[in-house]
Design a protein around this ligand. Structure first.
Ligand code: PSU
Ligand code: MN
Length: 290
């Protein structure tokens, strides 16, 4: 039921990539390009990309370019709880970070790259919305490279919950958790690392002592420091238009992309690529040591 591409099966260094970002994180057509660029960046880092999603009753690890093109806005968003249903109902299933990690765990993949991890929504407990990304990361021995967590979340609360769950939050050449678009101003990380090699060593040791997931926050190379007011306006608009649950992120992202004149979209695209490159380097470094 899990189909692993030959190239992925034979590779020693693999980086998993999600499909929710492709289907729901960007305007129609743009997402696939982001996905393909992520794959190129993983390769530039020396590793093999494995983009994960559900298609035609199978969980696919290593989607082809043609298959990737089927992940448009009509795809179902698939978290860990949704995988089996998507298989049985033959849905086009775009996996979130949590959904992707659940598959990575089953397939023995230890590294992943994305834009931002899900987490605790602002205003908790109203709504009582905490992403399944957190619980899945806690129990999956994998390192996820991201620019922190999604920009619309309560970042300090998410950092606290990651600590509760025993998930190390590493900062890549930074002492604070990146704030997705902005590089500075986030809560402190649990430790700072200076290189891909060091991140790989920490992850291996964490796993040797029975640990699960790790988050590595990489600040964007060209941060945007003026987006917070727009995020607040987008969340107010979502509230006023009665947008809830899974629909909030796509609503907020398209609001930001529109109101920033495309700046957030470019920044989002660039930071996903940078994270993919770093994850490729870490996976490569890790495989060289094993
Ligand atoms: N970050 C983005 N765009 C996205 C996501 C994160 O900039 O589309 C997706 C990821 O797939 C992440 C998911 O796993 O949102 C979390 O969704 P939720 O909060 O519904 O669990
Ligand atoms: Mn949620």
């Amino acid at each position: 039921m899990i189909r692993i591409a030959d190239e992925v099966r034979e590779a020693t260094a693999v980086v998993a990539l999600e499909t929710t970002l492709i289907a729901h994180g960007f305007p129609p057509g743009e997402g696939v390009e982001v996905g393909l660029e992520s794959e190129r960046q993983v390769r530039a880092g020396g590793a093999t990309p494995a983009t994960i999603g559900v298609l035609d009753g199978e969980i696919v690890v290593g989607l082809t370019e043609d298959e990737l093109a089927r992940f448009d806005a009509s795809a179902r968003k698939i978290g860990p709880r949704d995988l089996a249903v998507a298989v049985e109902q033959r849905a086009v299933g775009a996996t979130t970070v949590g959904g992707t990690l659940a598959v990575a765990r089953a397939a023995g993949i230890s590294f992943m790259a994305t834009g931002g991890l899900g987490g605790v929504h602002r205003g908790f407990p109203d709504p009582p919305d905490v992403s399944a990304d957190l619980g899945q990361l806690a129990k999956t021995p994998a390192l996820v490279v991201s620019a922190g967590v999604k920009s619309l979340l309560d970042v300090p609360a998410t950092a606290e919950l990651l600590e509760t769950l025993g998930v190390p939050v590493l900062g890549f050449r930074t002492d604070t958790m990146p704030l997705f678009y902005a590089a500075a101003g986030g809560p402190p990380v649990s430790a700072r690392v200076e290189s891909a090699e060091e991140a790989a060593r920490v992850a291996r040791t964490h796993w040797q002592i029975g640990g699960g997931g790790l988050l590595l926050g990489r600040p964007p190379d060209e941060p945007l420091d003026d987006i917070e007011p727009l995020i607040e306006a987008a969340l107010r608009a979502a509230h006023d238009e009665d947008v809830h649950g899974q629909a909030v992120t796509p609503f907020v992202l398209s609001y930001l992309h529109r109101e920033s004149g495309g700046r957030t979209q470019r920044a989002n695209k660039d930071l996903v690529a940078q994270n993919a490159r770093l994850a490729g380097e870490i996976a490569t470094s890790s495989s060289a040591r094993s």
